[in-house]
Each structure stands twice: as C-alpha cells, then as structure tokens.
Design a binder for this molecule. Structure first.
Ligand SMILES: *[C@@H]1O[C@H](CO)[C@@H](O)[C@H](O)[C@H]1NC(C)=O
Ligand SMILES: *[C@@H]1O[C@H](CO)[C@@H](O)[C@H](O)[C@H]1NC(C)=O
Ligand SMILES: *[C@@H]1O[C@H](CO)[C@@H](O)[C@H](O)[C@H]1NC(C)=O
Ligand SMILES: *[C@@H]1O[C@H](CO)[C@@H](O)[C@H](O)[C@H]1NC(C)=O
Ligand SMILES: *[C@@H]1O[C@H](CO)[C@@H](O)[C@H](O)[C@H]1NC(C)=O
Ligand SMILES: *[C@@H]1O[C@H](CO)[C@@H](O)[C@H](O)[C@H]1NC(C)=O
Ligand SMILES: *[C@@H]1O[C@H](CO)[C@@H](O)[C@H](O)[C@H]1NC(C)=O
Length: 430
C-alpha cells in the first residue's frame, strides 16, 4: 500500500474503533501525582551525549534531588540515529555509542527512572527520525530498552489531526505490557485537555517555554481556564522548568517554580544539575512546595482573582488549602487574601508560609502580605469551613469545554433557531 493513502485510512479506522466505540483507554496506572525529574532540552538543546546523561544521573543522586522526588532522567530530542533495514531505530552512534539500553540500565542502577523522546510525525523537531508509521516497532524497541517515560512531539505531522495520531502510540505502548508514562507534546494545538486524558498521562498546553519572565507569565495566563482538567493520571503540562538557567531573578524563579507546582504541572528540571548554585538548589529542593505538587488529592489551583498588578491562585489540598499571592508589577505591592472571596472558606485559618518555612498564626476573614516585584507568597492554610456553592461557581467559570462548544457551534445553533422561528411564523400566519 502507498503510505500516503494508507496512513490516514489506518488512523481513521483506528480512531473509529478506539474512540467512537470507546474500546480502549490509557491504562498504565502511572502519574497518580505529577512526574518529577530532569529533561535535557531547556539547557542543552541538541548538544547532548551519553556522558552528560550519566553525569546528570550521578548529580541527581549526589545532590539529594532523587530523594525529594526527581526520579525521571529524560533525554529530549537529538538522541536518534538511523533506522536499520528492518525498520528498528538506533541511537546516534556518535553521541550515544553505548546505546540507549545501557543508559537506561545505568539510570535504574541509580534508583532513577529513564525517559526518552520521539515525535508523532515523520521527523522530530530537530530533524531526526520520527515515529509516525513506525509506532509498533518503536514501542517494542523502547520497551526492550526498558524506558519508563516517552515524550511524544508533534513536528512534521503531515497535517494529520492530533486526535487519532497520538492514540496509535498509546496503544502500541500499552501492547508492550511495560508501564511507560506517556507525555503528549502537541503544544495545545487541538485542545488536548478535552481528549488527552484517555490518551496520555500529561499533555502540553502551550508552545515551548522561553527563557524569560514574559514567557512564564504568558504560559501562566493560558492555564487559567483549563486548571480543572488536571487530575490523578492526567496532567496539564505548561512545559518544563527554566529555574537555574539564568535570565530570571531569584523571585521570578520562585514564582515560576511555585506556580508550576501548584498547577500540578510535571516538575521537570531543565538546568545543568552537575553544577547547581545554592540559590537554585534552595528553590527546587523546597520540600514544602514539592509537597503541594505531590498532594494526593491532585487538584490544581484556580485563578481566584487577577488584576494588572497581581494574581491570587487558590486551591484545595488533601489536608487544607493553598494560596499563591503573585506580584506581576514592577514594584513591591501589598496583596490581600480574603478567605470567603478567594478560598470559599469561613472562619479561622492557621497559616504557614512555605518559602519562609514559618507558621504565621491564626486569622479570621483575611490575611495581607507585602510581595516583592515578580515575587510570590505561598501559603498553606488549615481549618475553617468550606462554602460549597461557591466552588460550583468557580467550576462553571472554568468550563472551557462549554465555551469552546459555544464558540464552535453557537452560530449554527442560532441560525437554526432563526430558521425554525421564521418557518413557524410563516406557517402560523398563513
Ligand atoms: C534537599 O532537601 C532534603 C530534605 O529536606 C535534604 O535532606 C537535602 O540535604 C537537601 N539537599 C540539598 C542539596 O540541599
Ligand atoms: C553510524 O551511523 C551511520 C548513520 O546511521 C552509519 O552510516 C554508519 O555506518 C554507522 N557507523 C558505525 C561504526 O556503526
Ligand atoms: C535548538 O536547536 C535547534 C536545532 O536543533 C535550533 O534550531 C534552535 O534554535 C535551538 N534553540 C535554542 C533555544 O537554542
Ligand atoms: C502540525 O504541525 C504544525 C506546525 O508544524 C502545527 O501548526 C499544526 O497544528 C500541527 N497539527 C496539524 C493537525 O496540522
Ligand atoms: C530574557 O528575558 C527577557 C524578558 O522576558 C526576554 O525579552 C529576553 O529575550 C530573554 N533573554 C534570553 C536570552 O532568553
Ligand atoms: C471579603 O470578601 C467578602 C465577600 O466578597 C466581603 O464581603 C468582605 O468585605 C471581604 N473582606 C475584606 C476584609 O475585604
Ligand atoms: C475569630 O472570630 C471569632 C468569632 O468572632 C472569635 O471568637 C475568634 O477569637 C477570632 N479569632 C481570631 C484569631 O481573631
């Protein structure tokens, strides 16, 4: 069969069988809390080799980062070499002469998990070989290498819809019998939060993060209406962390890290772990912030209030509440947290500051803090009584699915109503 004809056909049939008839789903039991680890891209881009990956494995262990949760050692783009005559993919024999299996073994021997990258297209974004049309052999190869995580990109996609294309790799991974965390990276192109929960353990919600405050704020802004789609087994992915890579102030890095943690994003470090600064370690090793990310309830914070100068994000934890007071302004400001308006809670709350690592006492109704430029205050609150009706209001406000439906089909529904009314009026007046 001509591949150009057969691929769309196969994808369509696959889509019909698995989606319309609902036969399959993601069933790997992984990602009950967001994944934590390291990925090579943000710092190293294409300049990676097996020595760097091994040294990074050592560093994750030596600096205690593995033990606070950073278990995944993930290689991004640029590891792949060529396919052989049987179609099996091999690592670049220049940069990864020992092969991927040896690296995965090394990671496992260090008590880490190992992740790899490919693309649901003919090529990867850096132009290496992609997996489209080779999902079966690639999944078998990855499982034989004993990988634990696959990031699956979207370049060279031949304009074939995402929905359908990503399910093929999911099913091929499922078929190997090895639990492999499936990280969908289609940049939020086709509203993955609406369908990817059945396909992957996480889905990117935006384009790539850049190394700057503007990018962090832009991505944050794009999360505000999709927060409720995150949950155990399937997470919104606002892309990997830029902490420790420069061009962000210390306060900006704390804000970036705190917000990603509270949004229940994957916490994938992106700096050179081999040479960490004390500041960087203090941020990514903050176990109280990590505990927010890894809370078993698995609920993201929601945007409770937003003005030009500040954001207040709040959410529920298994044992209380979390509130983030973010200063977006160019100077220090005071931010007031109102327990009823922002948290939907009545009564007294005990407050702990998760960056100062200090209990702040018990408060009624509200709590105020000065927050430095681009800085954040992260509070854990316990006690009080939840106001249920208010929570429902937040959910409605957050219902991106409904608003998307209205945008897509609203005009048709309106036209139909107008048409029916016209018809009725004519018929009735005759
Ligand atoms: C990270 O935090 C853990 C737990 O608090 C601590 O044992 C470890 O020493 C810290 N590592 C570094 C490098 O600060
Ligand atoms: C390395 O890979 C290239 C391209 O895939 C291939 O042409 C070459 O023969 C390989 N060299 C060795 C020593 O395997
Ligand atoms: C990363 O590498 C690609 C080529 O693989 C290049 O086009 C791109 O500009 C690089 N990006 C950064 C941020 O260095
Ligand atoms: C395919 O990739 C392009 C960018 O190369 C992107 O704009 C598009 O959304 C992707 N998906 C489809 C179905 O075309
Ligand atoms: C640093 O951040 C600023 C502000 O977000 C941005 O405009 C600039 O491009 C960034 N520089 C680099 C090297 O990424
Ligand atoms: C908190 O919000 C409630 C409800 O919006 C309002 O009635 C109350 O005055 C606010 N309290 C403070 C201290 O601003
Ligand atoms: C909170 O308000 C209640 C009822 O007015 C009062 O009994 C309690 O002492 C107050 N707590 C604090 C910490 O001010």
């Amino acid at each position: 069969m001509n591949i150009k004809v057969s691929l769309p056909l196969l994808i369509t049939i696959h889509f019909l069988i698995y989606n319309i008839f609902g036969i399959n789903g993601l069933d790997n039991g992984l990602g009950r809390t967001p994944p934590m680890g390291w990925n090579s891209w943000n710092r190293f881009n294409c300049t990676i080799d097996e020595n760097l990956i091994k040294q990074t494995a050592d560093a994750l262990v030596d600096y205690g980062l593995r033990d606070v949760g950073y278990k995944y050692l993930n290689i991004d783009d640029c590891w792949a070499g060529e396919r052989d005559e049987q179609g099996y993919i091999h690592a670049s024999n220049i940069t990864f002469p020992g092969g991927i299996k040896a690296l995965a073994d090394y990671a496992h021997s260090k008590g880490l998990l190992f992740g790899l990258y490919s693309d649901a297209g003919y090529r990867t974004c850096a132009g290496r070989i992609g997996s489209l049309g080779f999902e079966d052999v690639d999944a078998i190869t990855y499982a034989s290498w004993e990988i634990d995580y696959l990031k699956y990109d979207n370049c060279y996609n031949a304009s074939i819809p995402e929905q359908g294309r990503y399910e093929i790799m999911r099913d091929m991974l499922n078929a190997t019998g090895r639990p492999i965390f499936f990280s969908i990276c289609e940049w939020g192109a086709s509203q993955p939060y609406l369908w990817a929960n059945e396909v992957g353990n996480s889905w990117r919600t935006t384009d790539d993060i850049k190394l700057g405050w503007d990018s962090v704020m832009d991505i944050l802004h794009q999360q505000r209406k999709i927060t409720h789609y995150a949950g155990p087994g399937g997470w919104n992915d606002p892309d990997m962390l830029q902490v420790g890579n420069g061009n962000l102030t210390l306060d900006e890095q704390k804000s970036h890290f705190s917000l990603w943690a509270a949004l229940k994003a994957p916490l994938l470090l992106g700096f050179d772990i081999r040479y960490p600064s004390n500041d960087t370690l203090e941020i990514v090793n903050n176990t109280e912030i990590i505990a927010i990310n890894q809370d078993p309830l698995g609920k993201s914070v929601n945007l409770a209030q937003s003005t030009k100068t500040m954001d207040i994000w709040t959410g529920e934890l298994s044992d209380g509440y979390v509130a983030l007071l973010l200063n977006k302004a160019g100077s220090s400001i005071t931010i007031d947290l109102n327990f009823t308006a922002h948290l939907n809670v009545l009564g007294e709350l005990s407050i702990r500051d998760l960056w100062e690592h200090e209990d702040k006492g018990v408060y009624n109704d509200s709590y105020s803090r000065d927050v430095p430029t681009h800085g954040i205050v992260v509070l854990k609150l316990t006690g009080g009584t939840k106001i249920e009706e208010f929570a429902e209001f937040i959910d409605q406000y957050n219902d991106a699915a409904l608003s998307e439906f209205v945008i897509k089909y609203g005009v048709f529904v309106l036209l139909l109503i107008v048409f029916v009314l016209q018809y009725c009026v004519r018929y009735c007046c005759e």
